[in-house]
Design a protein around this ligand. Structure first.
Ligand SMILES: [Fe+2]
Length: 188
């Protein structure tokens, strides 16, 4: 299964490193964080978690843009490439994507195309994304949410999404921390 992670990392590198270097910095740090919290998921899911972390933002690559919603576009592209179906769905739904899809009028499309799992893996993926800043720095989750709101501005749909998603994102972070007794701790 280590091959799965290696393939995911190489796809992400090809799609992000040159066209989107800042996003690539973020993704490398999210993948590293997913590895550090991988004990929060069952052993058989650890490579799935880390591979999903590598791939979660590939939909930002301009060549992959379809609907304009990066999570759905990334999931669709992975499916077209016949990548692992579970990982395509994890990417499509990462970090409360269903709420952003609703803001974009794509809620039904996302739900129809990709099953949404609600497991320790989805929590740990959300943890990894939402405690990592745009340059790969470590953030406390509320700090990260504030950073996103200020980056997009008060009227942007992403800001409306983040406000709606905050309780669920904070809960996912907390559940992940509880699964890691005495390990990674974020001040709340
Ligand atoms: Fe991300």
């Amino acid at each position: 299964m280590a091959a799965l992670v290696d393939v995911a990392r190489e796809i992400a590198r090809r799609k992000l490193e040159t066209p989107l270097p800042r996003r690539w910095s973020h993704v490398q740090a999210v993948a590293a964080k997913a590895r550090t919290v991988s004990e929060a998921v069952p052993a058989e899911d650890r490579d799935v978690l880390v591979a999903s972390a590598w791939l979660h933002d590939i939909g930002y690559n301009a060549e992959l843009v379809d609907t304009g919603f990066h999570a759905l576009d990334g999931g669709r592209w992975l499916r077209r490439e016949r990548f692992d179906e579970r990982i395509a769905a994890l990417v499509a739904h990462h970090s409360c994507a269903w709420l952003e899809a609703e803001e974009r009028g794509l809620g039904d499309v996302l739900a129809a195309e990709f099953p949404r799992e609600e497991t320790a893996v989805t929590d740990a993926l959300c943890f990894s994304d939402m405690t990592t800043g745009p340059d790969g720095q470590d953030f406390e989750v509320l700090e990260r949410l504030a950073e996103i709101r200020s980056r997009y501005g008060p009227d942007h749909l992403v800001t409306r999404f983040i406000i709606r998603a905050e309780p669920e994102m904070v809960a996912a972070v907390q559940r992940t921390e509880r699964r890691l007794p005495g390990r990674v701790r974020q001040p709340m």
